[in-house]
Design a protein around this ligand. Sequence first.
Ligand code: GLN
Length: 286
Amino acid sequence: MKQKIFTLQKIYKEGVAALTEAGIAEAALDAWYLLEYVTNISRASYYGDPERELTEGQVRQYRDCIARRKSRIPLQHITGEQEFMGYSFYVNEHVLIPRQDTEVLVEEAIKVVRAGTPGMKVLDMCTGSGCILLSLLKLCPGTVGTGCDISEDALKVAKRNSERLEVAAEFVQSNLFEHIEEKYQLIVSNPPYIRTAVIEELQEEVRFHDPRIALDGREDGLYFYRKIIKEGKRYLEDGGFLMFEIGHDQGSDVSYLMGESGYKDIKVKKDLAGLDRVVTGMYNKR
Ligand code: GLN
């Protein structure tokens, strides 16, 4: 019996159609990334020879990937990676998938680190995949970094990423500052900040596949900011900075909380969409 032949183009079109029908927003793009994942092919070589045949195994694997994506499993959980700050991070269901918005936090942190003394000590509170800390350490060599998270499973991912990116960092399992002992010149954090009631309105990929504990900021979304602002003072060197990613409508609340706790020079930085995204303050005991 003659085998059915599947060319790159044929299977790609099948993937696009299946994802479009399932209502996946970026159907063509996701179908492409999955094809790239399964065949390792580049855009250029695809267009050079769209009639190239896939092996039977590749066809099976591609269809399996498409079926998983149809069921709203995020693309990044299928391919196991997400790019952030130009680096490729390993991700799985135990960590929040790094978001482009969070790059604003890293860019602001880089400014603080470069303006400070060499060998600065940085703590990343709620490190997740480690994307914030590790990209900061990559871009600011000589910086000393600690990442902390309540989740052992998340820390396994963060450690794997530190090996993948070949950058040294310390990781501590800790419920906020519970097991943190030292002081830092900079604390960065992208804590869970979504109001519990709002989580139900998020798209399925986020609602069902990003870890709930990485999203849920409790009733008013500010639970972790309050705790980190208050407790963080004990872990900041004199003149050290606390820097948060925030939701677009949390700029004034988080600034207020920091001011009330005695932080100075509080600044809100907007993201590329023009929305409030990062709040920074300095803690100075004098
Ligand atoms: N720090 C990680 C990130 O920004 C995880 C954040 C979180 O779990 N809320 O991707």
